[in-house]
Design a protein around this ligand. Structure first.
Ligand SMILES: Cc1cc2nc3c(=O)[nH]c(=O)nc-3n(C[C@H](O)[C@H](O)[C@H](O)COP(=O)(O)OP(=O)(O)OC[C@H]3O[C@@H](n4cnc5c(N)ncnc54)[C@H](O)[C@@H]3O)c2cc1C
Length: 416
């Protein structure tokens, strides 16, 4: 194949798309607004890059893109990177990491693969306009104009704006007629009443966490919860943040600090602890099972005194303490900012693209990555989507670049 392809955005999806298109012999140019490509990749997985997951389960994805299921089902992240000489290893929960243990080697593997295939990378080029004239696409970056047969949009969403992703393409796409699902922060801390958590700042505890609204449990997760000065955080909370953002301030997070104990077993446990260490101040009663400040917070919330001997705890405080260990509520007071979010929920709606991620409105225009209305849970699902969608869009853009153009399509509802 031949033809030219412009990839707009040099992140995970853009690099995967560029490599795929170049593999087919296309002349590929990546336009990246930052001084370097792949800044966000370096931050992923706390610098270790959780680049995929061993199992495929589409229920870990959310959004309006049913086409994604077929694209993801046929994709093998470990095999994909092995082609570039990067080996991976999975942790006990199936999360894939580079064998080197560092995100830098993932970016290096992509950069080398792009370079070997002749991809041209132009940095500090912020695209601000996109036009189709006859068979050609033109992308303007200030006074510079770049032309190509096809364009792949891989500019990401609005999360982590310090990585070049501030949603700047959405207004341009809206003007071009694309339907955009309102972008919202996802995989982020959940803000709560600061007065309730400030004293717990910096603590971590394992818990089952539920989103509760109107007395109903909407979703559960389990794992380590971290307390910040005004929010609950941690992977399990991140996975609930999409839902709390959608449900607004009517929701609460409910922590079960003893998920392996029934209510009766919890009561028996408290009685056992009082018989074993009842002479200790009540604030120390739970130090054998929880961090001290959490135990103190629970005793206070139950209406008890941390200084009095645990065995002198009134029966109603003891009952309340047992109840709190199984059901500790934190009101959701808002939504985190994009700067605190790992991904964007929302973006270009699935109805705008075909199964190969080509636009239904404009021939020769393709989409991939977080720009589209698909977001995954924590666990490598988001990067998997970037590699898989980038490869799909790159392959399809290469095919389109080397075939004569048909007239552009005009209706979102045209399914052919
Ligand atoms: C701190 C953090 C940790 C994460 N950890 C993980 C993890 O371990 N595993 C996982 O699966 N996911 C993780 N994610 C999510 C994952 O990194 C993203 O979903 C993914 O990187 C999105 O890739 P993308 O290529 O779609 O967009 P991005 O990587 O955001 O890249 C888009 C690129 O486009 C450029 N750009 C934007 N507008 C323009 C323009 N107008 N012109 C030119 N260039 C433009 C940007 O500068 C950017 O380089 C994490 C995210 C963050 C923020």
């Amino acid at each position: 194949m031949s033809g030219s392809v412009i990839v707009l955005g040099g992140g995970a999806a853009g690099l995967a798309a560029a490599i795929a298109a170049a593999e087919h012999g296309c002349f590929v140019t990546v336009l990246e607004r930052l001084p370097r490509v792949g800044k966000k990749i370096l931050l992923t997985g706390n610098g270790r890059c959780n680049l995929g997951h061993t199992g495929f389960d589409f229920s870990h994805y959310h959004g309006s893109l049913p086409q994604a299921e077929g694209i993801l089902a046929g994709f093998d992240t470990a095999a994909y990177f092995r082609k570039f000489g990067l080996l991976t290893r999975a942790d006990s929960e199936g999360r894939l990491y580079p064998m080197s243990g560092t995100a830098a080697s993932v970016l290096d593997a992509l950069r080398f693969a792009a370079e070997q295939r002749g991809v041209r990378i132009l940095c500090e080029q912020q695209a601000d306009g996109l036009t189709q004239t006859g068979r050609n696409w033109k992308v303007s970056c200030g006074s510079q104009v770049y032309a190509a047969d096809t364009v792949i949009l891989a500019a990401g969403g609005s999360a982590a704006p310090n990585c070049g992703t501030d949603g700047n393409l959405f207004p341009i796409l809206r003007k071009m007629g694309y339907a955009i699902q309102q972008p919202r922060p996802s995989l982020c801390p959940v803000p709560t009443d600061a007065a309730r958590v400030r004293a717990l700042k910096g603590l971590r505890v394992r818990a089952a966490v539920s989103v509760v609204s109107g007395g109903k449990i909407l979703k559960n997760e389990a794992g380590e919860v971290q307390f910040t000065d005004s929010a609950l955080s941690g992977i399990c909370v991140f996975n609930l943040s999409r839902l709390t953002a959608e449900s607004g301030n009517r929701t609460e997070l409910m922590l079960d600090l003893l998920p392996d104990f029934s209510a009766a077993e919890t009561e028996a446990l408290i009685n056992e602890l009082i018989s074993l260490r009842g002479t200790l101040p009540a604030g120390d009663l739970l130090t054998g099972i929880l961090p001290k400040r959490i135990g103190e917070g629970l005793v206070k919330s139950a209406g008890g005194s941390c200084q009095l001997a645990a065995s002198d705890m009134p029966a109603d405080v003891r009952r309340k303490l047992c109840a709190l260990l199984k059901d500790w509520r934190f009101p959701v007071t808002g939504t985190a900012k994009f700067a605190q979010a790992q991904v964007t929920a929302g973006g270009v709606k699935g109805e705008c693209v075909t199964g190969t991620l080509e636009s239904r409105l404009h021939r020769g225009l393709f989409f991939c990555g977080e720009l589209l209305d698909l977001d995954g849970d924590c666990g490598g699902y988001n990067l998997t989507w970037c590699w898989a969608s980038g490869e799909t869009a790159g392959n399809a853009a290469a095919a389109s670049a080397s075939t004569p153009k048909r007239p552009p399509k005009v209706s979102l509802r045209d399914d052919s």
